[in-house]
Every structure is written in C-alpha cells, then in structure tokens.
Ligand binder design. Structure first.
Ligand code: NAP
Length: 399
C-alpha cells in the first residue's frame, strides 16, 4: 500500500487517495471506548474494498487539557482544516458555569454550518413506536447561530445591567433585576446555505419531501424569518425541482420535491404519529438539537444516532449523544452511533461500498441479538455484550 496522504480539493470536489490520513478526536467520557470500536470496524470495512485509513490523533477536551493545558489547542483546528475531514468523540461541557462548549466552538470556528443527522430504524431493535420502520428522516440542523451563538450575559453582570439600560432607554423594554440575557441571531445567509444543502441532498438522494421546522408563530423575526428565507432559497434557486405544499392540488407533479413547513411543537407530535410523511427536515439550531434526540429515541435510542457537521469542503463527523460519564471506561456503551457517523464519513469520502458493508453488518449483528446494554434491555431474549465484543461481532458479520 502506498504512503498515506491527505485529501485535496479540486474546485468543489474532494480528491481522496486510497490510503488517506483522517484525524480523530478521541473524546471525553465514553469517547475512548467508542472511538476504539469505531476504528476497528472502519479499518475492517475499508480494507475489504482495497483502501486504508491512517488515523491521526488530534487533541481536544480533557485529554488536551491534561497534555497541553489547553482544552482546544489551536493545532487541532488547524489539522482539521488541513485534512478537510475528521471524526470526533463527544466532549464534556459543564452546565451553567466553566468553559463554553468545545463542540460548538469546532462548528463555529470551522464554519461547519449544517449538522446532518439521519435517523432510521434497524430491524430487531425494540422501540416505543408500533411501527418504527416508518421513521426515516434526515435532519439538517443549522449549526452556527441561534441561541448557540454564546451571546449571553449572567444576571447582575456589568454587561447584563448595561443591556437592560439600553433596552429600557432605547426600546422601552423593561426587564426585572436578576435577569440573565441571551441573544438569538438568525441570518439570511445561514438560512439560505442550510436550505441549499438540504435541497441538494434531497435531489441527490431521491427524497421527495422537505419540511422546514420553526417556531415562527412566536419568534417572528428569527424563527419566522428562517422559514421565509428557506422558502425563498427554494423558489429562487431550485424552482425546476420543487413545488410548495400550499400550491399543490392533491397530486404531486412527477419528479418534484414538495416543500412544506411545520411549527416545532407540532412537528414533535407529527414525528410520533405520522413519521412516514417526513423525509428531510430543515431547522434552526435548538429545534434541531431537541428533535434529533427525540427522533433517535423513536428508533431505539441515542446509541444508534449518528451525525456530521458539514461546511463547504470540510466536515467533522460525530455521534448525536454526549460523553455519558456514568459509563466512561466500562467497555459497555453502544458504539453504533459513532460507527454510523463513520459510515456517513465514508459516504462523504465516496467510499460507499465500505459504508454499505458496515450498515449490513450492523443490521445482521442486531438481528443476532448480541447487543450492548441499551438495546439488550429493550429486546426480549437478547444477550448483552461489551462495546468491544459488539464491534468484533460487526466485523465478523461483514461480508
Ligand atoms: P449523553 O452523554 O448524551 O447521555 C445521556 C444518556 O443517553 C446516557 O446516560 C445513556 O442513557 C444514553 N446514551 C448516550 N450515548 C449512548 C450510547 N452510545 N449508547 C447507549 N446509550 C447512550 O447526555 P448528558 O449526560 O446530558 O451529557 C453528558 C456530557 O456530554 C455533557 O457535558 C454534555 O454537554 C456533553 N455533550 C456533548 C456532545 C458532543 O460532544 N457533541 C453532545 C451532547 C452532550 P441511559 O442512562 O438510559 O443508559
């Protein structure tokens, strides 16, 4: 096998060598268990199609802090830019105090503006739904703005006090003392580019419905504007490909994608009661966070929930869940979420055959009922196996 080299970009295309260097962040908590399992499974799959990955460890989170004194060394972000594609385990974010989210920092600094989260059912998994196989959606969550922008001030801080004064003096808005203040920016640029990526995805993957999810009835100039800009993008840039639900007369014109919208609270019950009516969901950052966990729960839980943070010619893949600290280093947790994130990565690299090998092997492994604790506790007659044994079973089941 040739020497490993990095991905290069030609125009807007990735050129991926057969022996490629992929940086990875191990992650905190359960990170080391699931990263080990993911690398084993991916190595097995890519070798079956005559390719190879050289894994390059880059540091972030607790491991980075212990080794370098920085939670997110500058070099880590530089390496991701240099190598274009990376994969990461989860990183801890303290609640209400301490450092800001390193996960959010990666997305914002590298402008990974779409968080793409496919949610589908694997046969054999027990679900709270009667017909979980009807849920098969890809959620495009805006990844750079909304209340995740980190523009917020603690109650009684000098900044919050000044903001309260400005709001009272300039706008006649009176906020009580001891009030924390946050700002929710939503821009036309971010809304357009997210919608553009979602529509291109739907066209390329033969998806027929795109649903814009928002809370525009209450937050008119942020969530409502998001909805309007998404519709406008579809109309201005994809008029040959799309029709709007409001213009439909019952039947769908051949070859077109329907664009509709749903208010966020309604979308949660729709996802439970009429999941088969939804295929691609485009939504703001916080809605997308809630909705992707809820959808994952419908098909068996977070252990099967992958994701990718995607920008223009740059992507960092990661599971939907966090560090699950109570399971750290117990070799117990389900690694499928990170393995399925790696499947998304292989698709992104153009190595679809390796991706399919892994999906088929996961399906077979779940059907064999030798699964990690999270699935075992829901599946009658299942045998609980460790993280590493589950990974080995996936490899054994790889054709
Ligand atoms: P979490 O780590 O997602 O875990 C919550 C629960 O989800 C776990 O206790 C477990 O449920 C289940 N779960 C998570 N991953 C699983 C897996 N691989 N297999 C099976 N079950 C799994 O959420 P959290 O405890 O709220 O957050 C912990 C830390 O992670 C926080 O610091 C948070 O900020 C951070 N976080 C990071 C990211 C990221 O890196 N992108 C994302 C979210 C949260 P059971 O207890 O029922 O078994």
């Amino acid at each position: 096998m040739s020497k490993a080299s990095r991905i290069s970009i030609s125009g807007d295309k990735l050129c991926v060598p057969d022996h490629v260097v992929i940086p990875f962040i191990e992650g905190d908590g359960i990170g080391s268990d699931i990263t080990k399992a993911m690398k084993l499974v991916v190595n097995a799959a890519v070798s079956k199609i005559g390719k190879q990955i050289e894994w390059l460890e880059i540091l972030a989170g607790e491991k980075a802090f212990n080794q370098t004194g920085a939670w997110m060394p500058e070099e880590t972000l530089e390496r991701i830019k240099e190598y274009s594609v990376a994969i990461k385990g989860p990183l801890t974010t303290p609640v209400g105090t301490g450092i800001r989210s390193l996960n959010v920092m990666i997305r914002q600094v590298l402008d990974l503006y779409a968080c793409v989260r496919p949610v589908r059912y694997f046969k054999g998994v027990e679900s709270p739904l009667k017909r979980p196989e009807l849920l098969d959606v890809v959620i495009f969550r805006e990844n750079t703005e909304d209340v995740y922008s980190g523009i917020e001030w603690e109650a009684n801080s000098a900044e919050a006090t000044k903001m309260r004064e400005i709001l009272a003096k300039e706008f006649g808005v009176i906020l009580g003392e001891e009030t924390g203040i946050g700002i929710k920016p939503i821009s036309k640029k971010a809304s357009y580019r997210l919608m553009r990526m979602a529509i291109k995805y739907a066209i390329d993957n033969n998806r027929k419905v795109i649903t814009i999810v928002h809370k525009g009835n209450i937050m008119k100039f942020t969530e409502g504007a998001f909805m309007k800009w998404c519709y406008a993008c579809a109309k201005e840039e994809f008029s040959d490909f799309v029709v709007f639900e409001s213009d439909l007369n019952g039947s769908l014109p051949e070859g077109k994608i329907v664009i509709n919208d749903r208010i966020a609270d309604s979308m949660f019950q729709q996802a439970l009661l009429r999941p088969d009516e939804y295929e691609v969901i485009v939504t703001t950052n916080l809605n997308g966070d809630y909705l992707s966990d809820a959808c994952a729960a419908e098909v068996g839980g977070l252990g099967l929930a992958p994701g990718g943070n995607i920008g223009d010619n740059i992507a960092v893949f990661e599971a939907t869940h966090g560090t699950a600290p109570k399971y750290a280093n117990q070799n117990k947790i389900n690694p499928s979420s990170l393995i399925l994130s790696a499947v998304m990565m292989l698709d992104y690299l153009g190595w679809q055959k390796a991706a399919t090998l892994i999906i088929d092997a996961i399906e077979k492994t779940i059907l064999s009922k030798e699964v990690t604790y999270d699935l075992a506790r829901q599946m009658p007659d299942a045998k609980e196996v460790s993280t590493s044994d589950f990974a080995k079973a996936i490899i054994k089941n790889m054709k």
